[in-house]
Design a protein around this ligand. Structure first.
Ligand SMILES: [Zn+2]
Length: 427
């Protein structure tokens, strides 16, 4: 274990400005992906400040504190291919990227933070050579076993040279849901620069800051998620390294709103109108305007009060409340709202790897949806609200007739009836 557990972020990660202003404090919380075994429950959990600040110069939202990554990414229970929605998204990403880069069969694709190899398997189906890099030893081993060559480690210039030496220069480098987790983004881009082919493309996907603010997605904040990105700050970063953003795609339904940014070496690709359009939209949104963020902070506190009132009332009525989705965002919400296993003892999750574990902080017991069959549950708190319709289908399939509680952007009670009627507000 390394000695430095966390450090303060006092200058902007991208433009190095000191004009950072804090706008949301989620308290001192455990790491959102540090699930516990039954026998660990008596040991005190590692906790660190979880708070957000925005850079008034480039518009990058970022955490106030950076926890040592060694504490967060070595064993990772999240497996990307768990959900159907995500698998389909990976297939589309592979298709579009191969088309945009004009790849020929056999060209190399590198995926940074390749997880269990889900995305790379889609590229391989298209005839590309693939290689992955991931710091989680368990996932890298699993991917290798499944035939996706995967190097274990954090993305760095050394790994980049290793890739070129062993596999050649990638035509496509993808980094999905990892860029926002990286502290030294300049080093990350330098390592990409070192190995990417001249006409290669670098494709980044990350949750979109505009949705984060507009849709009150405070629960997508957790210690691993260091940056909350938009096209403005990404452009500042890329230009510092001789890269250019030439296309931006937007996916409303992925992780609560996701942008995909295509980056090439300066002058290699003609910029698409989507780049200018997003820059303009972000200006209209007020990506560098502190009042935007301040108002968001106030809405989040109201949201918290609403849900706490509802849970208190359901408990007074002796209703049984469970949750669905032992995800990082669920853990942020539970810990920030101060809800524990006393109010919600069980959380259902589709990832069998998580069954039998306890959630950090709240200590809910994690199990599969099949347990819902025999339990008399009245309400299910939808912690994984981004997979709402998929979860709804799974619950219906096992005969669940209770209701759902959607916690964000404001509390809603949803009926389990066929019509899926939304009941606004609290009953
Ligand atoms: Zn900045």
């Amino acid at each position: 274990m390394t000695s430095v557990r966390a450090k303060k972020q006092s200058n902007c990660r991208i433009c190095h400005s000191g004009r950072l202003r804090r706008y949301l404090d989620l308290g001192s919380t455990p790491l959102a992906n540090s699930y516990l075994r039954e026998e660990d429950l008596t040991t005190e959990e590692f906790r660190e400040e979880l708070a957000l600040q925005v850079c008034l110069d480039c518009g990058l939202s970022q955490l106030t504190t950076v926890v040592n990554p060694e504490l967060m990414f070595k064993q990772y229970l999240y497996v990307s291919s768990t959900t159907e929605t995500f698998r389909n998204h990976c297939a589309e990403l592979a298709n579009t990227s191969v088309m945009v880069a004009g790849c020929r069969s056999g060209d190399l694709v590198l995926d940074i933070a390749s997880n269990d190899g889900c995305l790379l398997s889609k590229f391989r189906e298209l005839g590309q050579e693939v290689v992955g890099v991931d710091p989680a030893e368990n996932l890298a081993a699993e991917a290798n076993k499944a035939g996706i060559p995967t190097l274990c480690g954090f993305w760095s210039r050394r790994l980049s040279e290793d890739v070129v030496g062993r596999y050649g220069q990638p035509r496509i480098i993808t980094a999905t849901n990892v860029f926002a987790h990286v502290d030294d983004v300049h080093e990350f881009v330098r390592a990409v620069d070192r190995c990417l082919a001249t006409r290669g493309i670098f494709v980044i996907e990350c949750p979109y800051v505009v949705d984060f603010i507009e849709k009150n997605e405070f629960d997508t904040a957790y210690h691993e998620h260091l940056s909350y990105l938009g096209v403005h700050p990404l452009r500042v970063l890329m230009e510092k390294h001789g890269f250019q953003i030439f296309r931006v795609d937007y996916f409303e339904m992925i992780h609560g709103g996701t942008i995909r940014v295509y980056v090439g070496r300066e002058g290699e690709y003609q910029p698409d109108p989507s780049v200018e359009r997003h820059l303009l939209q972000e200006e209209e949104f007020g990506i560098k305007d502190f009042r935007r963020y301040e108002a968001f902070g106030e809405r989040v506190l109201q949201n918290k009060q609403q849900l706490l009132d509802l849970i208190r009332r359901l408990r007074a009525e002796r209703r049984t409340v469970w949750a669905y989705g032992a995800s990082a965002k669920g853990n942020t919400l539970m810990n920030f709202f101060g809800i524990t296993k006393d109010a919600i003892p069980v959380v259902l999750d589709d990832n069998p790897k998580k069954w039998g574990w306890r959630t950090p902080g709240a200590h809910m017991r994690i199990t599969g949806v099949q347990e819902l069959v025999r339990a008399n549950v009245d309400y299910l708190l939808l912690l994984a609200w981004n997979f709402e319709s998929e979860i709804r289908r799974r619950c219906k399939a096992v005969g669940y007739t209770g209701r759902f509680v959607l916690p964000v952007p404001e509390v809603q009670i949803l009926d389990c009836a066929n019509t899926w009627r939304n009941e606004r507000g609290i009953p």
